[in-house]
Design a binder for this molecule. Structure first.
Ligand SMILES: Cc1cc2nc3c(=O)[nH]c(=O)nc-3n(C[C@H](O)[C@H](O)[C@H](O)COP(=O)(O)OP(=O)(O)OC[C@H]3O[C@@H](n4cnc5c(N)ncnc54)[C@H](O)[C@@H]3O)c2cc1C
Length: 480
């Protein structure tokens, strides 16, 4: 008797190094690959009611699903697309087509786990097993050299331990996939924004195109065409342009590429081109990503709670005026505003920018860190619950930062990482005539509101001294 398995795609929108897909082709004759747009992902965030998946990520997701369908067609199958609740949709398809099993990759956060549990219970009623695979990290969960309860709370300890005692598994090859020959099914369309209840227009020029094909092109560009990998360690704190860092994060978040595939390419690059501290540093950063995922497994819902994983009280208070200024990029601190405007315009912000705006929200504006984390959740192209909430815990001082009371001095950060103010001028064109020596001074946007914010910022910030209107209307002196 022939065997059929449903492969439920989630944040693993790829055919390369996809263990669930590969294993299904080893265990069964026929595969039914399915992606279900979960309607709950398009509602509001839990506490502050921002759109849970903003327009940048929604479009990226749609492109990624579309691309997965093409890739599956290339290897002999198709992708069945549905919209609804996966625990109901996958269950009814599994039951209707009387499949032998459902395979998928395991997630680690509570919302995703709740769906897994519900689906498992539903499938149990019809005796269809649900099997999980671990596919999102560089190091496999089963290869960790420690029990999850003993996961070190300091990254360096974790890194040294995995580097010494664990190994990175080889990626899985792309399999040949066959749909059941007599499968009578509507393959389904990618939903429109409207069908998802969203009020967005398609972006004409998104920063990145979603999908495995684009992810592979990005690697090709960053490693092989431009050799940027060779200098990654020196450029990674950059702010302007696409190539100061890898920009793999949106692809990793949706699983359009696996960290193991990136690792394999780094190793190839080291063999064929150069092996140096930069090639190592990219792997180092992927280990950070792993770390936050394992921290989420260890601490579960604590990463989403006000007191964080260290269960610490930090003083904060809601202040809608401050939040609005922060989120719109209108605080009057050029470096903060430029970064927030970049996020609002593109769905992306550099790591340096994220650290600064997060620190500013928590330590200077004294807003609850969760409002910032949820805002990021809504807007980030590369949003991933473990990396986002893990990093916010860290910056807020309730996470894995071994240093007590770390404080980012925004003005000195700005001078260090944007010495000529090119980044600030790019995102706040009204400041373009300000000389580099004064570009990071707080500026006046609207005098009354600005003073209100300024009054609360205290000693670290000089009074706003740049009148934006003055600089805007300033004419260049005529050349003689
Ligand atoms: C407050 C805050 C929130 C963040 N939220 C997210 C998020 O939701 N999703 C996300 O992927 N990253 C998040 N990061 C981490 C980091 O900023 C991004 O991964 C990075 O900027 C993505 O750009 P890149 O791919 O060019 O990174 P590169 O510098 O090229 O790094 C390569 C890869 O390493 C991983 N990585 C690098 N730094 C980190 C880090 N600090 N934590 C976890 N992984 C890292 C990413 O997967 C990244 O793609 C956050 C950082 C902060 C401070």
């Amino acid at each position: 008797m022939s065997k059929t398995i449903i492969v439920w795609f989630r944040n693993d929108l790829r055919v390369r190094d996809n263990e669930a897909l590969y294993q299904a082709t080893q265990d069964a004759d026929y595969i039914i690959p399915i992606y279900c747009f979960d309607t709950r992902h398009f509602k509001q965030t839990q506490r502050y009611g921002f759109p849970k998946t903003g327009k940048f990520r929604t479009q990226f997701l749609m492109e990624s699903v579309k691309d997965l369908r093409y890739s599956l067609k290339d290897i002999g199958a198709n992708l069945i697309v549905r919209t609804g609740k996966p625990e109901a949709v996958i269950y009814s398809l599994a039951k209707y087509y009387d499949v032998d099993a459902v395979y998928c990759h395991e997630e680690v956060c509570s919302e995703e786990e709740a769906i897994e549990i519900k689906l498992d219970r539903n499938l149990e009623t019809v005796n269809i097993p649900l099997s999980f695979f671990w596919g999102s990290t560089l190091y496999n969960f089963d290869d960790l050299p420690m029990d999850i309860d003993a996961l070190p709370d300091i990254f360096t300890e974790f890194r040294k331990s995995v580097e010494k005692k664990a190994h990175v598994r080889d990626p899985f090859p792309i399999p040949k996939v066959q749909l059941p020959p007599d499968l009578d099914i509507d393959t389904g369309k990618i939903p429109t924004y409207n069908e998802l209840g969203l009020d967005f227009e398609e972006l004409e020029k998104p920063l990145f195109k979603g999908g495995e094909t684009a992810a592979l092109q990005r690697i090709k560009h960053y490693f092989w065409k431009t050799d940027q990998l060779k200098v990654y360690k020196e450029t990674r704190n950059g702010l302007l342009g696409l190539d100061y860092s890898s920009k793999f994060s949106p692809y990793l978040a949706l699983g359009c590429i696996s960290p193991r595939s990136i690792y394999e390419d780094v190793k190839k690059y080291e063999k064929e081109r150069t092996k140096n501290s930069s090639t190592y540093w990219l792997i180092f950063e992927l280990i950070w990503r792993d770390y936050f995922r394992f921290v989420s497994v260890k601490y579960q819902n604590d990463i989403f709670k006000t007191k964080g994983i260290r269960k610490l009280d930090i003083w904060s208070r809601e202040n809608p005026v401050f939040f609005e200024k922060w989120s719109k990029g209108e605080t009057g601190i050029p470096f903060i505003d430029a970064n927030m405007r970049e996020l609002n315009a593109t769905g992306f912000m550099s790591n340096r920018g994220r650290q600064n705006v997060a620190s500013f929200l928590v330590k200077d504006l004294k807003l609850p860190w969760l409002v910032g984390a949820e805002y990021f959740e809504s807007l980030l192209l590369d949003y991933d619950p473990c990396s986002n909430y893990g990093n916010w815990n860290y910056v807020a001082g309730i996470g894995n930062d071994p240093r007590e009371n770390r404080y980012f001095n925004i003005l000195s950060q700005a001078k260090r990482y944007d010495p000529d103010g090119d980044f600030v001028k790019h995102w706040i064109p009204a400041l373009k005539n300000v000389p580099s020596s004064r570009i990071h001074e707080p500026y006046l946007l609207n005098e009354t509101e600005q003073k209100y914010v300024q009054m609360h910022l205290g000693k670290h910030y000089p009074k706003p001294c740049l009148d934006i209107h003055k600089w805007q209307s300033r004419k260049k002196p005529k050349r003689r």
